[in-house]
Design a protein around this ligand. Structure first.
Ligand code: AMP
Ligand code: MG
Length: 348
């Protein structure tokens, strides 16, 4: 089996800056952090399709078009010059092939030009690490929920282990597809999930929808189909549909998170990823954490959606534990699983 990263000597340096590039799906983002974990820049440019969902090639074209400008803005925001960058990190996977490749190409070009090490980062690990950095959580059970992933995990024996996950679509995708079927449109600063959340606030009636937890895993596709069917019947208020969809989807996620918490007996619950911005989901998880005498931690909104800061921070952690990614091994990994990463920097 080929070794995917070269593990070199530990890099104990605490001085320098990491530039991180995120491009797994619809966001192209560049973050700059110092080695202490201070975020100096986090610029995000979201691709918004004219109609329908994210088309990978269209999103990749968007990323290529905005990459130069986003990198320049990040340098401006950080107040550093390109020569100050000591490492370049990029989201190596999992994600959409054309998007990942565009981000990786930009990262390789920058690292080569600046003659600094390149570090490939697992996107799911990055969502957990930015949550830990921002909230001070040390060893949480994490619920990571986004447009592409829904994973309950906790650290054990060198890796972030997956306790439960979606068997089909991600919860964010479920909300987004429903919203589009209802004719809702994403706006600047207002993702579809946030629009569903707003409408759900006006919901009064809990409709009967399928609740699907299988062992520790979850399925959202039946829930989506059933909610769309009720929508098409024209018999229900959109507010009630949004409210019911949220209640059922989030209860399923909360149940699995609670079981992982009971099993691991960890003392922290971390909510991260784009859907983590949802106040109703936060409330449900916070109740569960309280019942298990655990601290509830939620990633701040600016780091909830896909962002370059989380890639830069995880790049620093990897680099400091001796990991770099040579150019000839920097190919993108579309299905790179969370538990396949040796999280050498995590104690425990
Ligand atoms: P990410 O994949 O991490 O960039 O997250 C994007 C996903 O988060 C999309 O599916 C959005 O609709 C969803 N999202 C963003 N804000 C909210 C919110 N307030 N409530 C529910 N989902 C949200
Ligand atoms: Mg996104």
């Amino acid at each position: 089996m080929r070794v995917l990263v070269s593990v070199l000597r530990r890099h104990d340096s605490t001085q320098g800056f990491c530039l991180g590039i995120e491009a797994t799906a619809d966001d192209f983002s560049v973050g700059v952090l110092d080695f202490e974990g201070k975020v100096l820049a986090n610029v995000i440019d979201v691709f918004m399709p004219e109609a329908g969902g994210i088309h990978p090639r269209e999103a990749a074209r968007h990323h290529a078009e905005v990459a130069g400008e986003v990198v320049s803005k990040a340098f401006q925001q950080a107040g550093i010059a390109p020569k100050d960058v000591t490492i370049v990190a990029f989201s190596q996977g999992p994600g959409l092939g054309p998007c990942l490749r565009t981000g990786a190409t930009a990262a390789r070009a920058l690292a080569s030009y600046l003659n600094v090490p390149l570090v490939g980062v697992n996107h799911c690990v990055a969502h957990i690490e930015i949550g830990k950095l921002a909230t001070g959580a040390k060893d949480p059970v994490t619920l990571y929920v986004s447009g592409g992933n829904s994973i309950v995990s906790a650290f054990d024996a060198g890796r972030y282990r997956v306790f439960g996950e979606t068997l089909d679509i991600a919860v964010g995708n479920c909300l987004d597809v429903f919203a589009r079927k209802a004719g809702l449109r994403q706006r600047e600063g207002m993702p579809l999930g946030a629009i569903v959340e707003k409408l759900a606030g006006g919901g009064k009636m809990l409709l009967d929808l399928p609740y699907s937890v299988k062992g520790m895993d979850i399925s959202f596709s039946g829930l989506l189909t059933a909610t769309v069917r009720l929508l098409k019947s024209g018999e229900y208020r959109l507010e009630d549909l949004c409210y019911s969809l949220q209640e059922v989807a989030f209860s399923m996620l909360t149940e699995v998170t609670e079981r992982a918490l009971a099993h691991t007996e960890k003392r922290e619950v971390l909510l991260t990823g784009g859907v983590g911005a949802n106040k109703r989901l936060q409330a449900m998880l916070s109740t569960v954490a309280e019942e298990h005498s655990s601290r509830f931690c939620v990633v701040p909104k600016q780091y909830a959606l896909d962002n370059g800061a989380m890639i830069a921070w995880t790049g620093i952690l990897s680099y400091q534990s001796g990991v770099t990614t040579p150019l000839d091994r920097s190919y993108v990994r579309l299905k790179w699983r969370l538990e396949d990463v040796n999280a050498l920097w995590v104690e425990g």
